[in-house]
Structures are given as structure tokens and as C-alpha cells.
Design a protein around this ligand. Structure first.
Ligand SMILES: [Zn+2]
Ligand SMILES: [Zn+2]
Ligand SMILES: [Zn+2]
Length: 472
């Protein structure tokens, strides 16, 4: 019973509501209009208020009421929203700006948007600086348009270098494994290795890596060994730091080399000298003929070694010593006159000078080093002056063209094998008593007949099995 009563009240309430909601012109005060949006010819925009008459309609069903107004509707203001556009692109160093645009129809207003962080530099690999010279730095340059910013840092030590402790384990000598050539064509030697200074470039250090085109020698390197850069024919530049004071015959056949000297050295016509120009250190790019300047007193070890294009050399009266291997393997050299000032010829000094057909040894000469003229196969005759007091081991070994030799009385010492392998020899004159066997060979049995004592020995069957006969 109670439920039914509530239902009736509910129905009545609905009917009453519908009656009041309806808009009737006669019943304006009981009507609630549901006004739509204002419209008109000049509605407000983002920036301008409305103008003229504006109108709105009631949306209630059956109500045709409209309202007009001349009230001004205010400007809407922009509805700024971020867009994908970028007003200012960021660079490597400067911020960029995004864009905001008004979302309202017909409004093209835009504004600066959010700040965009600067970009990272767009870099490629580090490259060792080689121009204008190798300075131990490496550089990388940003590839982005208009940036070109360059970063520089100390170049890391080249991989594959070998370091050997020297000087009572207080420093290192640098070289390469000769069996495994360096991959690098530009070499950076570090100033330090394992906390110790690198002070030396070893003998033969880079002769097994002939592809290197450049090398950085750091301050702190004090010496550069013999043959250190032999055969580095494409090495174009070496800068000597001030710390370098000793250099051996380091640059044989470095025919494209320019050496930038420190205050201890000079170069002239493809040859490196000490600054006083008394020591000729290394001939790296000499032509066929060469005149040694007359300030030079010593031709250093390995100085002209492997200069196979050298055919003629003129030595000055100032010269006193010719170093070890000074003309080693100069097989293009055809004749040489040693001036009257020369006192010593080093070990292997003319080894393998197969083109030499004559050599004049001066009266000033006192010592001839081991193997000094070995394999000078073109020599037919050697006259040893009375000034010579020492001839070391195998000095004329394998001079296969030599037919006669006179060893003066002035020589108390002759090394073993002096004339070993001189298979054309038919006459040997000894002014003192020597052991002929040891002169001819240190391998017993090379000679069928062994005789000693001063005198002249001849043979009619020259060669390793010669039978020597003393003739006077
Ligand atoms: Zn209405
Ligand atoms: Zn707008
Ligand atoms: Zn950049």
C-alpha cells in the first residue's frame, strides 16, 4: 500500500517538471531557457573582441526564443599548444627553440616554444696531427655544418712498440719487433713507459717497419741508434727534440726524409752532421757523387751504409777515421781514395762494396777493422802501407778477385781468416812470420800445405785447396 502511494507521487512529480520545463511565451517566468552559444557576424577572435549584434537561440524543444545583444564579448586569447615545428635549431654549442601554435581555427599565431638543449658534437675518430708536422697530438673535428670545432689531446703511444729497460732499469729504449712490422704508418713514441722515461731509440728500431711515413720523437729521447730508420723510404719528416744529443747512422735509404734539427745537429745536401760539422753522421739522401766537406774528421758508424746509388765519393784531408760499416754494402761505389790523414778504418767499413775495383790506402793508416773489406769482390790488388799496425779478423775475407797481397812488417797483429775465401789469390808476401793457416782460414784443413814465416808464397791452384809454395 505504501509502495503504490509513492509511485503515484513520482508520476505527479514528472508531469509537473515537464510542464515547468516547456518554454511558453505566455509563461516566460516559469520557463528556463537553455541558451546556445552566441553567434554573429563579428564574433570575438583570439585578439579582437566581438562587434555588432550577437544572437543566441534557446535549444529547448519547441522554444523558438532568441536573444540579441550588442554587448561586446571579450577577445578569446590564444590557445597555445606545442607543435612539432622548431623555430631555431640547436647547434653544438647553442640552445634551440621549439614552437607553440594557437589551436584555434583560423588563428596562425605562433610563439617560441620550449628550449632545446644544445647537440653533442658530431665527431669521427681521432686522427694524429701530421700537418704541418707531427707534434704528438691527435685531433678530431666536428662534422656538423658550420661547427668545425676541433678537439685536441695528446696522441696515445703507437701499439706494437717494444720497450726494453736500460741504464740500470731507470729508463726505456724503444724499438719494434722486427718480425712483426708495425701496422701504424704514423708512429707516436711516448715520453714515458710504465712510469719511466723513454730515452733511447734502439739500433734497428724501425728498420723492420718500412711503411712508416712519420714519427713523433718526444722530448726526453737522448739517442737514436744505428739503422734505427734504415729502409724507411717513405718516412717524410723527423723532428729532433732538443734532448737528442747522440745519433748513429740511423737514416740509411730514407730518401724522402727531411730532418728538422735541434741545436746539436745540422743537415746539408741529404746528410746529417753534428753542429760543428766534424762528424758526418748519416747520409740519407745523397746523389751519385758526393763530396765530403773538409771540416769532417770522422765518418760515423753506418754513415753511408746501403747507399747503393753512390758511385763516387771524395774525402777531405781533414778526415781521420772511418767508422764501423761506414760504407757497408755501397755496391755502386767504384773507386775511393783515402786521404793521407786517415788513421783508422772501422769494422765492416767497406763490406760488400762489390763495385770497388781499386782502393788506395794512405801512409797514415794504422788500423783496419774486422771484415773491413770483406766481399769486395772487385778488388784485384791491395797495397797495405807500412803505417798499418793492426788488421782485424777476416778483413779481406771473400775478396774473390784479389790476386796478390803484401803484408808489411809494420803489422804485428793479424786477425784470423784475413784472406779466407780469397779464391783468386796466387801470391801472398808476408814481411813477418805469421801463421799462414790462420791467415787463410780458421777452419783447419782448408789448405793442403801450411807454411809460416816471412816470405812470398805462391800457388798454381788458387782456391780453398791451394797448395802454397814459399818462393823466397
Ligand atoms: Zn527557451
Ligand atoms: Zn589564437
Ligand atoms: Zn660541433
Amino acid at each position: 500500500m505504501k509502495t503504490r502511494k509513492m509511485f503515484v507521487i513520482g508520476i505527479f512529480a514528472v508531469i509537473l517538471t515537464l510542464t515547468f520545463a516547456a518554454c511558453d511565451e505566455d509563461n516566460d517566468f516559469t520557463c528556463t531557457h537553455d541558451w546556445g552559444n552566441w553567434f554573429g557576424e563579428n564574433m570575438p577572435t583570439c585578439t579582437e573582441p566581438s562587434s555588432g549584434t550577437i544572437t543566441r537561440n534557446c535549444k529547448n524543444a519547441g522554444c523558438n526564443e532568441t536573444q540579441e545583444s550588442k554587448d561586446i564579448l571579450p577577445a578569446l586569447e590564444h590557445d597555445m599548444q606545442p607543435t612539432e615545428n622548431i623555430q631555431k635549431h640547436p647547434t653544438c654549442t647553442e640552445e634551440g627553440l621549439g614552437e607553440l601554435a594557437c589551436a584555434r581555427d583560423g588563428c596562425n599565431h605562433t610563439e617560441e616554444g620550449e628550449v632545446i638543449e644544445p647537440l653533442e658534437h658530431l665527431v669521427k675518430n681521432w686522427e694524429i696531427v701530421t700537418t704541418p708536422f707531427i707534434n704528438g697530438k691527435e685531433i678530431r673535428i666536428c662534422q656538423r655544418n658550420d661547427c668545425n670545432e676541433a678537439e685536441e689531446r695528446d696522441a696515445p703511444s703507437t701499439e706494437g712498440l717494444t720497450f726494453t729497460l736500460i741504464n740500470n732499469n731507470t729508463a726505456y729504449s724503444v724499438s719494434t719487433d722486427r718480425v712483426t712490422p708495425l701496422n701504424a704508418t704514423v708512429v707516436i713514441i711516448p715520453a714515458e713507459h710504465n712510469g719511466l722515461p723513454v730515452t733511447q731509440i734502439a739500433n734497428d728500431a724501425f728498420s723492420g717497419s718500412p711503411r712508416i711515413t712519420g714519427i713523433f720523437i718526444p722530448e726526453g729521447i737522448m739517442s737514436i741508434g744505428n739503422n734505427a730508420f734504415r729502409n724507411c723510404t717513405v718516412l717524410t719528416g723527423v723532428i729532433l727534440p732538443e734532448s737528442v744529443t747522440v745519433i748513429g747512422g740511423a737514416f740509411s735509404r730514407c730518401t724522402n726524409l727531411t730532418i728538422t734539427c735541434n741545436s746539436n745537429f745540422i743537415t746539408e745536401n741529404g746528410v746529417l752532421y753534428n753542429k760543428e760539422k766534424t762528424l758526418l753522421i748519416s747520409a740519407y739522401n745523397v746523389s751519385e757523387t758526393f763530396v765530403v766537406p773538409n771540416s769532417v774528421t770522422s765518418i760515423g758508424d753506418y754513415a753511408f751504409s746501403y747507399c747503393r746509388g753512390l758511385t763516387s765519393i771524395t774525402l777531405p784531408d781533414s778526415l781521420t777515421s772511418i767508422g764501423d760499416r761506414a760504407f757497408y754494402d755501397c755496391n755502386g761505389l767504384t773507386s775511393i781514395t783515402l786521404p793521407d790523414s786517415v788513421t783508422s778504418i772501422g769494422d765492416y767499413a767497406f763490406w760488400g762494396c762489390t763495385g770497388l775495383t781499386s782502393i788506395t790506402l794512405p801512409n797514415s793508416l794504422t788500423s783496419i777493422g774486422a771484415y773491413a773489406f770483406s766481399y769486395c769482390t772487385g778488388l784485384t790488388n791491395i797495397i797495405l802501407p807500412d803505417s798499418v799496425t793492426r788488421i782485424d779478423t777476416a778483413a779481406f775475407q771473400n775478396c774473390t778477385g784479389l790476386t796478390s797481397i803484401i803484408i808489411p812488417e809494420s803489422v804485428p797483429y793479424i786477425g784470423n781468416g784475413l784472406l779466407r775465401g780469397c779464391t783468386s789469390l796466387t801470391s801472398i808476401t808476408l814481411r813477418r812470420a805469421y801463421n799462414l793457416l790462420s791467415i787463410m782460414s780458421w777452419e783447419l784443413g782448408d789448405f793442403a800445405t801450411v807454411q809460416s814465416g816471412a816470405g812470398t808464397y805462391t800457388t798454381t791452384n788458387p782456391g780453398n785447396n791451394a797448395t802454397w809454395t814459399k818462393v823466397e
